[in-house]
Write a protein that binds this ligand. Structure first.
Ligand code: ZN
Length: 593
């Protein structure tokens, strides 16, 4: 295996364009214009009698046009992530966003024609549509909820300065927040990310102070932030439920994920039933951190004193090695990210916070961004984002329209990658101390990804109704507190300041009802991982088959082929059984101390 010098640094975007001033950018914008014009010329050919061959070549043209657009868009987005403060990049990004919206509008007729076509014609054309088949099928799902072409255009156009603008406003307001905390007698001014580090501080009073400061700052704007959310949700309902005819606000997301409504109802219900599993975990945690009862401030309290740190190069080798032991093909794909210098991991001002893996199109190895600080959590994040990259690369044989896994399956490889890493770390150091550190971390993650998100989704469902019936910020906050208190039961003391958590969670504003996908994905992976532990080699082809499918079929059929029935409550319960087993192990380790 070729070794690359592994160093923390910025990524290279040269494969896309040499720079913001590169002449190719203007050339490609012109090429895009030509492609869009050529595509628009097909409009008159669109009849129910269209020949399959002509249809196939139109699909290929469409895919090609989108690849070009994605290159421009990807470059703009990645440049922005690399430096969010550069005015030139901001202007370029705005220009490309405009181009994306215009292109979507100008090519919209194609999707609308397809959605409105009679059944017999679609069936005939779908038979020969190859890899585009599922994309076409998924579009038809939207048919009952599609408006006329002029109406769709108005919605698209108004969204740019309407619901999308609301989201931008929310971000602009909240990204400016500065938080002040006093640590070790020193007053510090922090951004949100820096503040959140203190949620995991070993000192109880610092954890409390950090949360209180978070809510103090957000509470000052609570009326405005609450209004933004209410406008967003009213717009969501008036467009999707009133105009388009969806049965409920959450049904919009369910259809976009192609998951039947009742599957999500079952999933959330199973989570609600299993809330006591995590309450039991918090009881244990209360004893270990010496807090009785545990306060909401303490749920992410670190359990194992000072944490080990991992130099970047060591972390990369650890992750690649754990992937290698699982399956060499997986490791080889992950290594491409480093070989092609597609990762920006250094600590740098002005860089976008958080971590992500961006797939520009099937033509490129994805780009990864994280701010690597050497904590075990950072190593896990690296494994996570590399998992995404592997998923993307395994599905790179598909078209741009079918490469991306649907939301509920989108976290499969990332979470699985993290679990492989953790198992490897356990193997390298099987001492009870390491075991308990890792198991506590696993339980914290499981809580944050499964139960927390499920209760978020239950709140969103409820909030949509409260807003619809004219409820106020007060009503929403009261409902939110009740939601938390049900979730934590007697195990965790929830103070009143958490009533504002719902205005603090950006997902609610960015993408309503998005969050249950985390719950779905995590329980799914736990269940898959259990199968891997039980079956070893025999499991791998089924797993790789799920990943390679990308977004080329419905989640239900992709999982069915791997022997999974997502409609059954027992399947979801299986995920919780894995959580219970980890908790049992942890309780035994603690009892023996
Ligand atoms: Zn992810």
């Amino acid at each position: 295996m070729a070794k690359t010098a592994i160093q923390q640094g910025p990524w290279s975007l040269r494969e896309l364009y040499a720079g913001l001033e590169a002449p190719e950018i203007q050339k490609e914008i012109e090429a895009l214009e030509a492609k869009v014009l050529a595509f628009e010329a097909h409009r008159s050919e669109l009849t129910p009698e269209l020949a399959p061959q002509a249809f196939s070549s139109m699909l290929k043209e469409y895919d090609g046009l989108l690849r070009l657009l994605s290159r421009l868009d990807g470059f703009a987005d990645l440049s922005f992530s690399q430096d969010t403060q550069d005015a030139k990049i901001q202007a370029f990004r705005a220009r490309v966003q405009q181009l994306v919206a215009e292109t979507a509008n100008r090519t919209l007729f194609f999707q609308l024609w397809w959605k409105g076509l009679e059944e017999a014609a679609t069936a005939r054309l779908m038979r020969t549509s190859g890899d585009f088949r599922y994309w076409l099928e998924a579009l038809r799902l939207q048919k009952p909820y599609t408006l006329s072409e002029p109406e769709e255009k108005v919605v698209n156009l108004k969204d740019v300065n309407g619901s999308a603008a609301l989201v931008t406003l929310y971000d602009s307001i909240t990204n400016r927040y500065a938080f002040q905390v006093e640590v070790d007698g020193e007053k510090r001014k922090l951004n949100r990310e820096e503040l959140q580090v203190y949620f995991r501080d070993p000192r109880p009073e610092i954890r409390a102070t950090a949360y209180q400061e978070l809510y103090r700052v957000y509470a000052q704007d609570a009326p405005i932030l609450s209004q933004l959310y209410q406008y967003r949700m009213r717009d969501w309902r008036s467009e999707h439920v009133r105009l388009r005819g969806f049965a409920s606000p959450i049904a919009v997301r369910n259809l976009a994920n192609n998951i039947p409504d009742d599957v999500i109802d079952t999933l959330l219900e199973v989570c609600r039933t299993n809330a006591p599993v995590f309450q039991r975990y918090f009881d244990l945690k209360a004893r270990v951190v010496g807090a009785a009862p545990l306060r909401r401030y303490d749920i992410y309290a670190p359990v194992a004193g000072t944490e080990k740190t991992y130099p970047y190069a060591e972390a990369v080798e650890l992750v690649l090695d754990s992937f290698q032991r699982f399956e060499p093909r997986v490791a080889a794909l992950a290594r491409k990210v480093f070989d092609e210098n597609h990762i920006d991991s250094e600590i740098r001002n002005g860089k976008r916070s958080g971590a992500f893996c961006a797939t520009v199109s099937p033509d490129y190895t994805p780009w990864l961004l994280q701010t690597y600080k050497g904590k075990p959590q950072d190593v896990a994040t690296l494994a996570h984002e590399l998992g995404h990259a592997v998923h993307s690369l395994l599905a790179a044989d598909h078209s741009l329209l079918t490469q991306h896994a649907a939301l509920p399956l989108a976290e499969t490889a990332s979470t699985f990658g993290e679990m492989i890493l953790v198992d490897r770390l356990l193997e390298l150091d099987p001492s009870p101390d390491v075991q308990r550190t890792l198991l506590f971390r696993e339980m914290d993650d499981n809580y944050a990804t499964i139960l927390r998100q499920a209760y978020f989704a239950m709140f969103e469902r409820q909030a949509a109704d409260i807003i619809d019936s004219g409820g106020t910020e007060e009503d929403l906050s009261r409902a939110y507190l009740a939601n938390l208190r049900e979730q934590f039961g007697p195990a965790v003391e929830v103070s009143d300041d958490f009533r504002y958590e719902w205005i603090v969670v950006p997902h609610f504003q960015h993408a309503p009802f998005y969050v249950y996908a985390y719950t779905f994905g995590q329980l799914l992976v736990l269940s898959l991982y259990q199968q891997y532990r039980a079956e070893g080699e025999a499991f791998k082809p089924r797993y790789l088959q799920i990943l390679s499918a990308g977004g080329s079929d419905s989640p239900e059929r992709i999982l069915q082929r791997a022997g999974i029935d997502m409609r059954s409550a027992a399947f979801w319960q299986g995920g919780f059984d894995v959580v219970k087993a980890s908790l049992g192990k942890l309780e035994a380790i603690e009892a023996a101390r």
